[in-house]
Design a binder for this molecule. Sequence first.
Ligand SMILES: [Cu+2]
Length: 150
Amino acid sequence: MSRGLAAAVLLLASCTPGAVSAPAGSSTQATVIDVNLTLHAPVTTSAGTSGGYAPAVTNVSVGAYVRFVNSDSFAHTATLIPGAAIFPSASPFSAAALTQSGTVVSQPWSTGALQAGASSSAILIDRPGTFLYGCFYHYGAPMRGTIVAH
Ligand SMILES: [Cu+2]
């Protein structure tokens, strides 16, 4: 009996690190995309040159959430470029990008102006596809990124 108990304790102990699961709230389960024009230099992607977000291409599963966290010392947005397969050469954004909108990746959304240190609302990955986004202020930097939903 004590052997069984010891085995059970070992099992529990070995399970504990892997058993750390996020609470029901979706916020802690979101994939974080780091927003930082200072840190994330331009890289080449299949949609064109990306920069300012890490990862440059975020792979996520349908049903998951993403959240943008601004680790930079000044403001940015992350704003969907609806229907785009490659990054347009000129900024596709209007001032509407500065106001938070949208909750699902496949419909128009913007984090709004994310101040230094701020986190965006969670965005639900509601269907498979490739979704391009960029920053209202620094699109030409370039500050652009891609979400690929599987
Ligand atoms: Cu920016």
